[in-house]
Ligand binder design. Structure first.
Ligand code: GDP
Ligand code: IMO
Ligand code: MG
Length: 420
């Protein structure tokens, strides 16, 4: 069986963690492909709520091998703590593999992230301050420290010294204390060491054995470094192509691209969002959807579903099916709107333009339908759903051109309906 990609179709936080956890029992392996601890993936099970940052969301399934792929940037101290936290809650983490090619986020990358945000002044991105951009910058500048280097103190010191020669001038002295850094990294390496390996070989072995591999992306395609709303994006490719690259999988090995979308839009941080609501409706979505960042606790911006951006996202990523989450948030809404077209300069515009001033000037046009005004959180099968809820889900399929195959009716693992 080939690989399936699970990606975020909007600006992140679509419920990728929940969908990955739900599909993990059908797979032999889950591979996290991109991003770092800027991600926060929530999984709700009978054992409680788990918030994953670097660990793949398949980890709660004991039969699943979990891989952190080469495309991820890893804060080793944060990852060691995340694993300890999971173990203290009874989760078996021995099935975790970490690519020796993944790059390391060092403590000073977080300081640089903070410093650069202040330099951007009113154009700050609103990053998660987890050092993601600076770590990817060091990677592509070919002075990055890789996870495999954590096992070699000499190599580690040499690479960090090089990075500090580049960055030292804008760091505080406490942030350049290389001995303190090496000590805490070595402690983390002791914990992570047994998991570090040529993970991409294990991924290919699993595919060769005819087993299913799930690739879990972080962020969302509107935050993609190339096709998102640059510069208000993250520093990796949360796309289907990025998933292949980050996981070590060839495009021809993929047979499903599952785009996870919310029934509405949210965004954390700055940048244009044509369907944003600044009124009571936006606040009601935030309250009912508990729209506060999993990683930073920041309130998320909210708005109606943007089918123009979604259509574009599906097309660029070959999305073969949609998982529509948080549909239950609309249970109390008498009317629900979906942006089905954009007007720009008096002309229709069918895609997300590169120029952000143009995108900020786009006017979204809506189709509005009546809501179902019924609690759907107890629905478990398609037949349990009111006609209005099913009609809304189908309308998203029509507006995006991609069928909705799964629908979320609440945060819990079992609150997911597979549609016919
Ligand atoms: P991710 O980053 O894409 O994994 O998403 P997050 O975990 O950051 O945010 C999604 C939030 O929505 C989490 O709090 C989930 O528990 C919650 N969630 C996921 N699916 C549903 C759903 O269908 N209904 C409701 N009400 N909450 C959901
Ligand atoms: P998951 O995987 C939502 C956003 C930040 C900021 C921009 C750049 O949970 O969906 P960064 O720290 O990456 O340099 O920040 O990207 N961002 C996310 N928004 N969900 C995420 O991850 C995000 N990861 C980064 O808020 O606007
Ligand atoms: Mg999240």
């Amino acid at each position: 069986m080939p690989a399936a990609i699970i990606l975020g179709g909007q600006w992140g936080d679509e419920g990728k963690g929940k969908i990955t956890d739900a599909l993990a029992p059908t797979a032999a392996m889950v591979v996290r492909a991109n991003g770092g601890s800027n991600a926060g993936h929530t999984v709700e099970t009978p054992d409680g709520v788990f918030k994953m940052h670097l660990v793949p969301s398949g980890i709660l399934n004991p039969d699943c091998i979990c891989v952190i792929g080469a495309g991820v940037v890893i804060d080793p101290i944060g990852l060691a703590n995340e694993l300890t936290g999971l173990e203290q809650r009874g989760v078996d983490t021995r099935n975790l593999l970490i690519s020796d090619r993944a790059h390391v986020v060092l403590p000073f990358h977080m300081a640089i992230d903070r410093y650069e945000e202040t330099l951007r002044e009113e154009r700050s991105i609103g990053t998660t301050l987890r050092g993601i951009g600076p770590a990817y910058a060091d990677k592509v500048s070919r002075r990055g420290l890789r996870v495999g280097d954590l096992l070699d103190a000499g190599a580690m010191r040499q690479t960090i010294e090089h990075q500090l020669r580049m960055h030292g001038q804008y760091l505080e002295s406490a942030e350049t204390d290389i001995d303190a850094m090496l000590e805490s990294l070595s402690a983390a390496a002791d914990k992570l060491g047994p998991s570090i390996c040529a993970a991409e070989q294990r991924v290919q072995d699993t595919l060769d054995a005819g087993k299913r591999v799930l690739v879990e992306c972080a962020q969302g395609v509107m935050l993609d470094i190339d096709y998102g709303t640059y510069p208000y994006v993250t520093s990796s490719s949360p796309s289907a192509a990025g998933a292949c690259q980050g996981a070590g999988i060839a495009p021809m090995q993929v047979d499903r691209v599952i785009g996870v979308f919310k029934a509405y839009s949210t965004r954390v941080g700055s940048g244009p969002m044509p369907t944003e609501l600044h009124d009571d409706t936006g606040e009601l979505i935030r309250k009912r959807g508990r729209e506060y960042g999993t990683t930073t606790g920041r309130p998320r911006r909210t708005g109606w579903f943007d089918a123009v951006a979604a259509r574009s996202a599906c097309r660029l990523n070959g999305v073969s099916e949609i998982a529509l989450t948080l549909t239950d948030v609309f249970d109390v809404f008498p009317e629900i709107s979906v942006a089905t077209s954009y007007q720009w300069n008096g002309q229709p515009l069918g895609y997300v333009p590169a120029n952000l001033d143009d995108y900020a000037a786009v006017v979204a046009e809506y189709q509005t339908t009546t809501g179902w005004l019924q609690d759907i959180t107890g629905a478990r099968r398609q037949a349990d759903l009111p006609a209005g809820a099913l009609a809304y889900v189908r309308s998203i399929g029509d507006a995006t051109g991609v069928e909705v195959s799964m629908m979320g009716v609440g945060p819990a693992r079992e609150q997911l309906i597979h549609l016919q």
